[in-house]
Design a protein around this ligand. Structure first.
Ligand code: NDP
Length: 294
């Protein structure tokens, strides 16, 4: 069986989350909790609630400024470090090797841990650093070899960027974290990743809440006695994506995690696939041109 095809149930709190197998042999809970745009002062509280609900996978980033809150919540949860899968990402101003190593040490310090489970290059920035994201990737390979990042991956990488990493370093990312939701299928990137054994992590999985207003998704949700967010998360899970919806509300944390006891039919999957608006459906920046540093 290829990477990601082997699923097993891992009992975690109140949520039985399937784990997918990465191309380096490590496992990742398919559902997690994202903390983008949660203010630093509120992050510990939100993550504490998410852990209490049963989430065991937290997605943060140096850019979010809230790694300290994530670390505090994990420490105070009483859970063993090994029970929580933590991802962070390299900030755009830290792409040079020395900056990557220094900032990674700060990430571990803020998280209060001696390793992260997954560390990603947040953006490829093809128009910065003389277009060199390969040496940044090699810095992440070093962190992996030192055991301080169990798995390494990328975010917002386009097919050409993935090809270049593979050719230049021979080390494939374990995941590519990209924008995917019903209105932006990002199909070419998903297809290239799947062919290479790189799992897709879908960011903004519920289109920043916009799926709740979509008539088609609402109709499917009503027919199943579910909510639009649940139907959309189920669509991702059945496509094999890893997801980490963000919310600061405990009720929605429970709603978003309650997605493992129903399934969408092939027809419903195809109907949601059909909502893809291509590039017009993008909510975030285009990785080929995005160049914000700092
Ligand atoms: P999401 O698709 O997760 O949507 C979050 C929004 O939806 C919030 O406004 C939230 O509001 C609302 N919401 C949450 N649950 C529900 C629900 N059940 N019904 C209706 N509305 C709901 O968007 P994000 O952009 O936050 O993406 C998720 C995660 O992906 C991030 O937290 C981050 O970890 C990652 N990410 C990564 C990026 C990258 O470049 N690598 C870029 C963007 C995100 P409220 O909080 O009020 O409930």
């Amino acid at each position: 069986m290829g990477p990601g095809t082997e699923e097993r149930e891992c009992k975690s709190g109140h949520v039985d989350t399937p784990a997918l197998t990465l191309n380096d042999g490590h496992e990742i809970p398919q559902l997690g909790f994202g903390v983008f745009q949660i203010p630093p002062a509120e992050t510990a509280h939100a993550v504490r609630e998410a852990l209490a609900v049963g989430y065991r996978h937290i997605d943060t980033a140096q850019m979010y400024g809230n790694e300290g809150g994530v670390g505090q919540a994990v420490r105070e949860s009483g859970l063993d470090r090994s029970e929580v899968f933590i991802t962070s990402k390299l900030n755009n101003d830290n792409h040079r090797r020395a900056d990557a190593r220094r900032s990674f040490a700060e990430t571990l310090e803020l998280l209060g841990t001696d390793h992260v489970d997954l560390f990603l290059i947040h953006w490829p920035l093809p128009t910065r650093y003389d277009g060199d994201f390969v040496s940044t990737w090699q810095a992440l390979v070093e962190l992996r070899d030192e055991g301080r990042a169990r798995s390494i991956g990328v975010s917002n990488f386009q097919p050409a960027h993935l090809d270049r990493l593979a050719a230049a370093s021979g080390v494939l990312p374990a995941v590519n974290q990209i924008e995917v939701h019903p209105f932006f299928g990002n199909r070419a990137v998903r297809a290239v990743s799947a062919a290479a054994g790189i799992l897709t992590e879908a960011w903004s999985p519920i289109a920043k809440g916009q799926v709740a207003q979509d008539a088609t998704i609402r109709e499917i949700a009503t027919s199943l006695g579910r909510t639009p967010a649940q139907v959309t998360l189920r669509w991702h899970l059945q496509h094999g994506h890893i997801v980490f919806p963000k919310t600061t509300k405990a009720e929605r944390m429970r709603e978003n995690a309650d997605v493992f006891d129903f399934a969408l039919s092939a027809d419903d999957m195809a109907t949601i696939d059909g909502l893809d608006r291509g590039a017009e459906g993008r909510l975030g920046p285009d990785p080929d041109t995005f160049d914000r540093i700092g």
